[in-house]
Design a protein around this ligand. Structure first.
Ligand code: MOS
Length: 740
């Protein structure tokens, strides 16, 4: 692959081009869209989590002020399922269309929807719909290991050697269970859908991390061709995976708009977001490690179970990184699912790897203690030379450097391993470390770049910016290739009618989008050269295409060092408004014989302070060293890692969705009772990027950041908690009562 090493814009800290729009309130988020005649929808949510509807009385609601319609199973009209598929297309987690039957399988399942003139009228009427149930005992039990699975036995995910033999022969062993509670995505922007139907076509303003998939799913479920559906998400107040795939409310809004031929807005309340738009499932993981007396791993085994909903299978994939993290000749990862009366779980920032690494990196800390070895040294000692699960080389792995740079930045060397042995200003200190990794990939992408007579450029791609900086990085890539300044580049994304772009998931957008945008910009440059040699009056008329190049926004003869002719001048002479090029890049995901193992890596160092007198625990300092390929824009990249660290503090210390065992209702369904980390909980954060380009992935060597920053944080914190207190917390989050 061609390598791009030098650039005037790539790698330069560039402020977000969408920043002024956001801080001035002019960026249009999904629920900001308003249309003449707009109506408001409010769903009626089931108040049981297991049973059937015996009667649904909408009489009172229908007579209430402003109510236009009340829809339910009898009158919503036809809604279809997506066909089963094994590919990476038409993805939806909750496959049952709303109101398909009278069974209730989770608390908050939609049973009806009211449409009214105002949102207050819709909500009041929804509360007046009377539903009678035949109620059965729900199962929202948090204990997973030892409960019944969806299959006869857990599925084998990765295997080499024989862990049973190695474990029984081992000198030093760890065998522990680590659990993670249900965590709920809480992006600031609520899920929302504004549906417009003109009698044939749907325009859906959605909170979507994947507009093209959303279009395809909606078209299928509404029973129309994809050309009749357009999905728009210009800005997103983040999603953390909760907005990757469509949820039932979007289909309800579209069906209401269809039935009434009026625009309909449906905003999912914060309470409903704990019920019907996904969550990270509860997960139990048993980790068994075996090592020689000198710390060389001889066996790694991970057996996990995650809960899923009654109808759909969501596999958290906790063994995502385990098979290649460390060198060991014996490894086994198994996974199983168990059903609960909950809404369907979904991907949440770093799915699989983040919970998997909490368990694995906690167990590595326990192993280091058993070995009386420094936990950094234990990890360095077991660094693999290649991906031993696939027997292929890593495209670019600098895990050792992450760890060694981290020890320097953190000041790790004075650490004394004895519990509670370190003090500062009267506080007990705990220092913990974890290594981490996250899958890197390119997914299929198309983009177009247009060069305009006014000297500007336009780049279009059907991807999204979830707040991570995609608008700005796309402009930087075009600027790099064309020489047009970033502030003259119009970035258009978040619209399913654009060339199909990558989902904003997996931290894959940057790696996927850049090669397609580069190719599009190059092709636009070729189109400009063609105009230069074919247009009467052009100084390049009749020259050969291969003798001409586009440099810094000017067209010039190659190798002559003469001043070029500005692009604007060529287009003016040719009397064309613009020239354009299309670019495509292929995908690395799902390749049957991959040549390289693509991942990002990192080392997380955490410091906690502990005051046993008043049981006060704080995360005071985090040093994070990230190997995520070349960093295209250090400003938003740093923000991504800082945000992820804060989310990691929440995961370690606070976040837990609790269900009432009688009703199955999530009871802490608001931001007062579901505690997320806020500014006052934020430690001092030191972010370092190693910035080694991964040229096997794309010409710029970019992998992308986002999820890698969260991976390993929770374990680094609980490892530090052990160091301070001597208490090993294996069940997240850390509760003060655990430490008393
Ligand atoms: Mo992320 S969980 O892939 O949006």
């Amino acid at each position: 692959m061609d390598r791009i090493t030098e650039s005037k814009v790539i790698g330069v800290a560039t402020p977000r081009i969408d920043g002024p729009l956001k801080v001035s309130g002019s960026a249009m988020y999904a629920s900001d869209h308003h249309f003449p005649g707009l109506l408001y929808a409010w769903p009626v949510c089931a108040t049981i989590s297991n049973g059937t509807i015996t009667r649904l009385d909408t009489g009172a609601a229908e007579k209430m002020p402003g109510v236009v319609a009340v829809y339910h199973r009898e009158n919503i009209g036809k809604l279809y399922r997506v066909p089963p598929s094994t590919g990476f297309t038409m993805i939806i987690d909750e496959k049952r269309p709303p109101f398909e039957d009278d069974s209730i399988r989770y608390y908050g399942q939609y049973v009806a929807v009211v449409v009214a003139q105002t949102v207050e009228q819709a909500r009041a009427a929804a509360e007046s719909v009377t539903v009678t149930y035949n109620k059965e005992r729900p199962n929202t039990g948090a204990k997973l290991l030892g409960t019944s699975l969806t299959t006869d036995k857990p599925e084998e995910k990765s295997k080499r050697g024989d862990t049973a033999v190695a474990l029984s022969a081992a000198k030093v062993k760890v065998d522990e269970v680590y659990t993670i509670p249900v965590e709920t995505h809480n992006p600031i922007e609520l899920h929302a859908s504004v549906a417009v139907y003109d009698g044939q076509r749907y325009t859906l303003y959605e909170t979507s991390q994947a507009v093209v998939n959303h279009r395809d799913v909606m078209a299928q479920m509404l029973g129309v061709p994809p050309e009749q559906v357009r999905v728009i998400t210009r800005y997103l107040g983040s999603g953390f995976g909760g907005k990757l795939w469509p949820w039932p409310h979007g289909l309800l809004a579209a069906a209401c708009a269809r039935n009434l031929r009026r625009p309909v807005k449906l905003v999912v309340s914060r309470q409903m977001m704990f019920q019907s738009v996904g969550h990270r499932p509860a997960i139990d993981q048993r980790i068994q490690l075996a090592a020689d007396a000198d710390g060389k791993l001889t066996a790694v085994q991970q057996d996990y179970i995650n809960h899923t909903s009654m109808l759909d299978d969501y596999d958290e994939g906790c063994g995502e990184v385990t098979p290649f993290m460390y060198s060991t000749s014996n490894l086994l990862v198994t996974g199983g699912l168990t059903r609960r009366n909950v809404g369907n779980p979904t991907a949440m920032r770093g799915p699989g790897a983040v919970p998997g690494l909490f368990a694995l990196e906690s167990a590595m800390d326990e192993l280091a203690i058993a070995l009386k070895m420094d936990p950094v040294q234990l990890r360095l000692k077991n660094e693999p030379a290649l991906d031993e699960s696939l027997n292929i080389p890593f495209s670019s792995r600098h895990m050792k450097e992450c760890l060694t740079v981290g020890t320097e930045k953190f000041g790790w060397s004075p650490r004394t391993p004895q519990v509670g042995s370190m003090k500062r200003d009267g506080l007990t200190l705990g220092w913990g470390v974890a290594a981490c990794s996250w899958l890197a990939a390119r997914i299929e992408t198309e983009a177009t770049v247009e060069l305009l007579q006014d000297g500007s450029a336009r780049v279009a791609c059907g991807t999204q910016d979830i707040g991570g900086g995609t608008y700005t990085v796309m402009a930087q890539v075009v600027s790099h290739e064309t020489g047009i300044p970033v502030n003259r580049i119009d970035v258009v994304l978040g619209d399913s009618s654009l060339p199909p772009g990558p989902i904003s998931g997996g931290s894959w957008v940057t790696a996927s989008m850049t090669p397609a945008v580069l190719a599009a910009a190059q092709n636009a440059g070729k189109a400009l050269v063609l105009a230069a040699i074919k247009s009467n009056g052009s100084p390049f008329l009749g020259k050969k295409q291969e003798d001409i190049e586009l440099v810094d926004g000017t067209v010039r003869l190659k190798g002559q060092g003469t001043a070029g002719v500005p692009m604007t001048e060529i287009l003016r002479i040719a009397n064309v408004n613009s020239v354009s090029g299309t670019g495509k890049s292929d995908g690395t995901l799902g390749a049957s014989k991959p040549k390289f193992s693509f991942h990002s890596y990192g080392a997380q160092f955490a410091e906690v302070t502990w005051q046993p007198e008043i049981a006060r625990l704080r995360v005071s300092r985090v040093v994070t060293v990230i190997d995520a390929g070349r960093i295209l824009n250090p400003r938003p990249a740093r923000n991504q890692i800082e945000g992820a660290v804060v989310m990691g503090v929440g995961m370690a210390m606070f976040e837990e969705t609790m269900y009432d065992p009688r009703s199955g209702a999530p009871i802490n369904n608001n931001l007062a009772d579901y505690v997320v980390a806020v500014n006052a909980d934020t430690p001092e954060i030191d972010v370092t990027f190693l910035d080694y380009p991964d040229y096997e992935l794309n010409a710029l060597g970019a992998r992308g950041v986002g999820e890698i920053g969260l991976a390993g944080i929770a374990a680094a914190i609980t490892n530090a908690v052990y160091h301070a207190t001597g208490i090993r917390v294996r069940d997240l989050p850390v509760r003060i009562e655990d430490l008393l």
